[in-house]
Design a protein around this ligand. Structure first.
Ligand SMILES: NC(=O)c1ccc[n+]([C@@H]2O[C@H](COP(=O)([O-])OP(=O)(O)OC[C@H]3O[C@@H](n4cnc5c(N)ncnc54)[C@H](OP(=O)(O)O)[C@@H]3O)[C@@H](O)[C@H]2O)c1
Length: 294
């Protein structure tokens, strides 16, 4: 008697990359189909099931987590996923800005998978300045996304890794009125001047940024932090999904995660459809915000 052959994430991941590659290339969904994933009209991508073969728990969980992203159609509208890794008391870093590491290795690997499947990864100026992140896919095989540093004030140092290491394309996003100034600092090819990013009062609008990236062919966007930036996307109804990874740690007086406008009553507080995933010691809340997306 032969037992069931069980496949793991190593058998699934190359097909996830192939699906994302096909979407970016504009290929028909079926073109990316091979052994691990099959496309079913009306259901999107599914794990292939074959007689005598199965998938282990990790592969099933990773697939479920990634499915909303994998199902994005070629040439589709922008789709924006935000993430924050936070403590039990809602902080994403210490008061001084230390965020290494709020979450365990399983969540970090998940973030790198999201980078590999996204067209662009976006961080705010605070994260860029304090973390000096590479925003690459070091933990998993797969392409690096375009790196977008949102810096309306043009205060970021030009020596930051993302602006100088050449590992992947980087765009410094600022208002179109400051694009020439930004180009003198980092070179025109690294500047995304966004019409209407900053209004007369200095408020920052995320929809024009999403539209400007879409115009460059970057439609699946991953907003990786920090709290101010993800909160702006959320409060302006510019997120389709949000991954909140809660770690069993308490950060006294830390930097806040979500910072949103006041609600007077519980009745008015959004309670989006949610799924929960256990990643090591952390709990990831996957929130579906598509109903509120504009
Ligand atoms: N746990 C996680 O998942 C995670 C993810 C990413 C980042 N982080 C941590 O989050 C913190 C940063 O998040 P955040 O919410 O403060 O900011 P952020 O969303 O990354 O960036 C926007 C904020 O940065 C400010 N800013 C602008 N230029 C700056 C500069 N040169 N240096 C410092 N701040 C600048 C902006 O102020 P103005 O609007 O006034 O210009 C704005 O308040 C860091 O400590 C980072 O380590 C944690």
């Amino acid at each position: 008697m032969t037992g069931t052959r069980v496949h793991g994430i190593d058998a699934l991941w190359p097909d996830c990359l192939a699906v994302a590659h096909a979407r970016r290339s504009g290929d028909a969904r079926q073109a990316a189909h091979d052994a691990a994933l099959v496309y079913a009209e009306g259901q999107g991508w599914q794990l292939a099931s074959r007689a005598g073969q199965g998938w282990d728990d990790e592969a099933c969980q990773v697939f479920e987590l990634l499915k909303p992203l994998l199902d994005r159609p070629p040439g589709g509208d922008s789709w924006v996923l935000g993430q924050l890794g936070q403590s039990l008391n809602g902080c994403i870093a210490t008061h001084g800005g230390d965020a290494n590491f709020v979450n365990g290795p399983e969540v970090l690997t998940h973030l790198h998978r999201l980078r590999a499947l996204s067209d662009a990864v976006i961080v705010g100026a605070g994260t860029a300045a304090l973390d000096n992140p590479q925003l690459t896919t070091r933990r998993v095989p797969g392409p690096n996304p375009v790196r977008v540093l949102l810096d309306p004030g043009l205060g970021l140092a030009t020596t930051l890794k993302a602006l100088s290491d050449g590992q992947a394309p980087t765009l410094l996003a600022c208002d179109a009125t400051r694009a020439a100034q930004a180009a003198r600092r980092v070179g025109a090819d690294q500047v995304l001047g966004v019409e209407g990013l900053v209004d007369a009062q200095g408020a920052i609008a995320m929809a024009p940024l999403v539209a400007a990236l879409h115009a460059r062919g970057l439609s699946v966007l991953f907003v990786e932090g920090g709290g101010v930036t993800v909160s702006r996307f959320l409060s302006q109804s510019c997120l389709d999904r949000l991954h909140l990874s809660v770690a069993p740690v308490v950060i006294g007086g830390g930097r806040p995660g979500l910072q949103l406008p006041l609600h007077a009553s519980m009745r008015d507080c959004p309670r989006p459809p949610a799924r929960i995933f256990s990643l090591g010691q952390d709990m990831l809340w996957d929130l579906d915000l598509s109903a509120a997306r504009r």
